[in-house]
Design a binder for this molecule. Structure first.
Ligand SMILES: NC(=O)c1ccc[n+]([C@@H]2O[C@H](COP(=O)([O-])OP(=O)(O)OC[C@H]3O[C@@H](n4cnc5c(N)ncnc54)[C@H](OP(=O)(O)O)[C@@H]3O)[C@@H](O)[C@H]2O)c1
Length: 258
């Protein structure tokens, strides 16, 4: 099987490497910036391209690892170049499978449910659940087989289920990470290093591998320690936005534990 990779960012790097390790030939890598296509192309033994005219029409599939907002315009550019029966797959959790179905009836999705960054190595097979969907039953079978080769955990999810996974991932990953950033800034104000709370963050993530989050919760909101909650709100008097976040989350913890 040959796949042309459109995009040269985080997901293109991780999926491209895993696909290649599973024996898939990455024929071409497209990026608007040739040097980025070249860097990834070298790694994947693929031809780098930065012009749509150079995209070959004979790949078995075209994998669009581009920003969510770019999927439609990139699809439109591909539609001018590729046969209508091409298999065109995007990698977005939040974007419907059928976004490109009017251009390519075989539009499909291949969504890795993990935070992927170019500077982080992961054991893809163990750590990256793969969610797939396709409008066409043959493509569904093809993607299921490919996903099983690539990952120990694969799921056929419809648009609604995949969008919900993405929403949950934003709460679990993006929001947690932003809260880590706030914590780092609060510590830095007292000239305290972020490393002081790294063990706490490690244990927080480790605990929920064995317990449900509601049983793992501790802290003043969970205990109902009103005086401590008020002291924290007072400490944030210079930061009204942080007070709002603190109050909202504390109220929500207390309501969830009633
Ligand atoms: N990173 C994650 O953790 C993760 C996990 C699961 C799914 N996803 C999904 O995977 C997709 C890619 O995410 P990513 O994290 O790999 O993003 P990224 O690292 O920011 O890379 C985005 C890529 O999109 C390309 N791009 C953006 N606008 C474009 C346009 N108008 N025309 C052509 N190419 C364009 C960029 O091209 P240039 O190289 O030309 O700048 C870049 O190669 C998104 O749909 C995202 O929702 C991401």
């Amino acid at each position: 099987m040959t796949i042309a990779l459109i995009g040269a960012g985080n997901v293109a790097l991780h999926l491209g490497q895993r696909l290649r390790a599973c024996g898939i030939v990455i024929s071409q890598v497209y990026s608007r910036r040739l040097e980025r296509a070249r860097d990834l192309g070298d790694l994947l033994h693929a031809t780098p391209i930065s012009q749509w005219d150079a995209l070959k029409q004979n790949a078995d599939a075209y994998l669009l690892a581009v920003s969510d907002d770019a999927i439609r315009p990139v699809g439109e550019a591909l539609a001018k170049r590729l046969p209508k029966d091409s298999l065109v797959i995007h990698t977005s959790g939040a974007t419907p499978c059928g976004l490109l179905a009017d251009l390519f009836p075989r539009a499909a999705v291949f969504y890795p449910l993990q935070t992927l960054s170019r500077n982080r190595h992961l054991d893809f097979f163990i750590e990256v659940p793969l969610c797939y969907d396709a409008g066409n039953p043959d493509d569904l079978a093809l993607l299921a087989q490919l996903a099983r080769q690539m990952s120990a955990e694969v799921h056929h999810l419809n648009d609604e289920q995949r969008a919900r996974c993405h929403l949950a991932a934003v709460f679990a990953n993006n929001f947690s990470n932003h809260l880590f950033q706030i914590a780092a800034e609060l510590l830095a104000e007292q000239e305290l290093p972020f490393s002081l709370i790294r063990p706490l963050i490690r244990e927080t993530a480790a605990k929920v591998q064995e317990q449900l989050p509601e049983t793992a919760q501790t802290g003043p909101a969970r205990r109902g320690d009103q005086a401590t909650l008020q002291r924290h709100i007072a400490q944030l008097s210079a930061y009204p936005e942080l007070q709002t976040i603190y109050q909202l989350l504390s109220d929500h913890i207390q309501q969830s534990n009633k």
